[in-house]
Design a protein around this ligand. Structure first.
Ligand code: HAM
Length: 419
């Protein structure tokens, strides 16, 4: 039986890993500058956490969760996103009792049973941030600017920062009514999902990718002109702060987000380089979520980056090249050479030098091929002849120059790194 990975779930092989590591280390570095601390939560949670957190009328909860009963009949789900889990951990740990804002960054796999296509997978990875405890629009703007800076730091420029306000409990229902009435006038032109949305959640129609629906709602009334005074002031302040921070953005009143916990600020970073899955990151404000999940009434704002999509964008911009190898290869010819080399290799590794070696007694030619394949910068050759003289040959793989040194002096030929 030959096994393959589950549809929509991929391996990340060593040849691809350097782009992932670059993404992760840049995120921890950049978000660390803004005070975000790393948090790691379990991949499995109680299903109810996501139903309450994300909303039972969302596609994610209705159709896309991997849920199962475990042996003690608990209903569990693989996490489809990170926000609900982070808020659960924040409440459960009592972190809310500390004064001031809490800022978290997390990296990891998420699971949604969507129809796989380019940029859309069933296991995908996110880097997310959450800032809990502040309603001031400064934090919304600071976070949006931070995401923008992060993408630029990676070297990306093919993206747009789009923002919207989704209103609040006061003004959104009013707008939903107006928009719902509009949708009714287009009923016949809408897909079955959007027809259903008229009753459940009209706003979601803006997320529909069906060309007929997009055309039908082109002239729809937008939320921008239906915000209450508080939401409108908040949104204007976010924009003022973004200008102050020098972050370019566009206002797009059709950004509605697919999860129910958002209110006021919503934002996405989009690109036209990846086809229909064009959001490389998205998020917004979720005042009320901490309370809904059993905590105190505290506001929050966050966003998450889709790592696969960012890596695709890095590849399209030639920013995902593999890092140059810093590996030394030991080509060992014969048993005596191997006996002599093993303790030397051990002590060099403990000095911080990366070493791969031939374990199988292959020919020199085949060992050199392997060294080439792993892009070793140096090969150390030790054969019986060298052992007899207490010597090793060092070959620089770039210049092809060779020199003979005493085996005991090998360490001095490599950069020593303290470990
Ligand atoms: P989201 O918009 O569902 O938000 O996901 C954020 C990003 O994850 C998307 O913009 C996209 O890049 C990526 N993504 C989502 N689904 C997939 C998929 N099936 N395949 C590949 N990439 C995908 C959230 O998840 C919120 N928790 C973000 C947030 C944090 N809001 C507040 N705090």
């Amino acid at each position: 039986m030959k096994y393959s990975s589950i549809k929509g779930m991929s391996d990340i092989m060593p040849s691809e890993i350097s782009a992932w590591q670059k993404l992760e280390s840049t995120a921890l570095e950049v978000f660390g500058l803004y005070g975000y601390l790393e948090i790691r939560t379990p991949i499995v949670e109680k299903t109810d956490l996501f139903v309450r957190g994300i909303g039972s009328n969302t596609m994610v909860v209705e159709k896309e969760m991997y849920s199962f009963k475990d042996i003690s009949d608990d209903m569990l789900s693989l996490r489809p996103e990170g926000t609900a889990s982070v808020i659960r951990a924040y409440i459960e740990s009592g972190a809310y009792q500390a004064e001031g804002i809490a800022k978290y960054v997390y990296i990891g796999p998420m699971f949604r049973r969507e129809r796989p296509q380019k940029g859309r997978y069933r296991q995908f990875h996110q880097i997310g941030v959450e800032a809990i405890g502040l309603s001031d629009p400064l934090i919304d703007a600071e976070q949006i600017a931070m995401g923008d800076f992060f993408f630029k730091k990676l070297g990306l420029s093919d993206f747009t920062t789009e923002i919207n306000s989704l209103g609040c409990k006061k003004c959104r229902p009013e707008y939903n009514k107006v928009f719902g009435e509009f949708l009714k006038t287009k009923h016949a032109r809408l897909c079955a999902d959007c027809q259903r949305r008229i009753l459940t959640n009209p706003l979601r129609a803006f997320d529909c990718k069906n060309p007929d629906c997009i055309a039908a709602i082109k002239e729809a009334p937008l939320i921008g002109s239906h915000l209450c005074k508080e939401c409108s002031d908040h949104f204007l302040s976010v924009q003022k702060r973004l200008n102050q921070l020098g972050t370019k953005f566009v206002v797009n009143h059709k950004i509605v987000r697919g999860l129910d916990y958002y209110m006021r600020t919503a934002f996405e970073y989009t690109t036209d380089k990846l086809g229909s899955q064009n959001a490389i990151a998205g998020g917004g404000r979720y005042d009320g979520l901490v309370h809904d999940l059993g905590g105190p009434n505290l506001p929050g704002v966050g966003f998450a980056i889709g790592m696969e999509r960012v890596i695709m964008l890095m590849q399209a911009s030639n920013l995902a090249a593999a890092a140059e190898s810093d590996m030394v290869f030991f080509a060992l010819l014969g048993e005596t050479a191997r006996e002599k080399a093993i303790p030397v290799i051990n002590s060099l590794r403990q000095d911080g030098i990366k070493i791969e070696l031939d374990y199988d007694g292959h020919s020199l030619k085949s060992q050199m091929r392997r060294a080439d394949k792993m892009a070793a910068h140096t090969v150390v050759i030790i054969g019986d002849e060298e052992v007899a003289k207490g010597k090793a040959v060092i070959r620089n793989m770039r210049t092809k120059e060779q020199e003979e040194v005493n085996i005991g002096d090998l360490a001095r030929h490599f950069v020593r790194i303290e470990v």
